[in-house]
Design a protein. Structure first.
Length: 385
């Protein structure tokens, strides 16, 4: 009986083992498509994605490998020149940029210059030191010193979560960031009258050091008394009030809604409720993006963008977020139009929160373009029927 049972069971066991070994070999060798990525392939979905990408390419839109993932929009030629000169040790083109914005009182552009050139100074500040020596108490140099120290501090910390950041990184981060409080105070002391930019950078010091809400309120008063609708200031302040930093979802949403409600059309302030929503959205469906409140928020931001100065340096960032939410709401033509206006630069929300910014941007863009074309074709066919 035992022999008979063994004769019957053995082939079954060997068959199961053989099948298991085949699947293991197939997964390792990649023959079972999609298993190595943890999901089965969908030939139909792949075909649709390929056709959508081809439609975008036919419109002149760029593939993932040609998307710039560090910037959300291109630098002006003068900024490119100033950054290259600074890397070569020449501070004069940078100084000219700051002199121009001081004369024009274009605080939004001045803030953008500080953001870009601080990247260079954080890597090597010899050129900035030469500028400070040649022009003591120069408002532009003082502003850039404070902003570059903030960037240096965050570079030291790194972009990883706290549990993946070493004690040495945290110590260097806090030590460097602590000195920026004095540097921002110095920049404010010698600033061009009315310039809010020294206080804008101070928000990131407050975030990093965990300064109390009272200090943030003080900084905010300094900013809004000078420039009540400064985009970068609002973006930075919203980050402070987010739950991931020094506030909560409720505080972030309240801040965003209040600032959007009291701002004139064309200031781009109406995008901040969308950013507050994005920062705290942990859902895995589009239901939360298709509420009456979200439709109204997207419509308000669309009107704001349409009324804004076409040369506003932050308008492309707003268009990226609009294109994203219009896609989630199935408003394909409007979404595709926003993406058409900003294609080529994806280093901004929502893509810079993704592991593959260019790939994710192109996936969403291609879907909007394809669906918009399908809708237009259907409407045309309906009219001709």
């Amino acid at each position: 009986m035992k022999i008979l049972l063994w004769v019957v069971v053995t082939p079954v066991v060997l068959l199961v083992l053989a099948v298991g070994l085949y699947f293991l070999w197939a997964i390792i060798s990649g023959l079972i498509e999609g298993w190595r990525e943890g999901s089965a392939s969908d030939p139909e979905a792949e075909r649709e994605a390929r056709e959508a990408a081809e439609r975008s390419a036919a419109m002149g839109l760029l593939p993932p490998e040609r998307q710039h993932t560090e910037l959300g929009f291109p630098d002006a030629p003068a900024v490119t020149v100033a950054m290259a000169a600074a890397r070569a040790g020449d501070w004069k083109p940078a100084a000219e940029l700051f002199d121009e914005t001081a004369a024009s009182r274009d605080w939004e552009l001045r803030s953008r210059h500080a953001e870009r050139l601080s990247e260079v100074a954080a890597d090597d500040d010899a050129w900035l030191a030469a500028w400070e020596e040649a022009r003591p108490d120069d408002p532009g140099a003082a502003l850039l010193r404070a902003r570059s120290s903030v960037r240096l501090a965050w570079n030291i910390r790194g972009a990883q979560r706290a549990q993946h950041t070493s004690r040495e990184q945290f110590e260097g981060f806090h030590r460097t960031l602590a000195r920026t409080r004095q540097e921002h105070a110095r920049a404010a002391e010698v600033a061009v009258p009315g310039d809010p930019c020294p206080y804008v950078g101070a928000i990131w010091t407050a975030i990093g050091l965990g300064l109390p809400h009272e200090e943030m309120h003080r900084i905010w008063q300094e900013i809004t008394s000078r420039a009540p609708y400064h985009y970068e200031a609002h973006y930075s302040a919203l980050q402070y009030w987010c739950g991931k930093w020094r506030g909560s979802e409720e505080l972030a949403r309240a801040f965003a809604v209040k600032e959007a409600a009291q701002a004139p059309l064309g200031t781009l302030m109406r995008v901040f409720p969308l950013i507050a929503h994005f920062e705290h959205d942990s859902s895995d469906t589009t239901d939360v993006d298709r509420t009456p409140e979200m439709y109204a928020a997207v419509d308000a931001a669309l009107a704001d963008a349409a009324a804004a100065d076409p040369d506003h340096p932050r308008l492309p960032e707003v268009r990226h977020l609009l294109g994203y939410y219009l896609n989630l709401q199935g408003r394909w033509e409007a979404s595709a139009e926003q993406f058409r206006l900003v294609d080529g630069y994806v280093g901004t929300l929502p893509w810079n929160y993704r592991g593959d910014p260019a790939g994710e941007y192109c996936r969403v863009r291609d879907e909007s373009v394809a669906k918009a074309a399908e809708a237009a074709q259907a409407a045309s066919g309906g009219e001709g029927a």
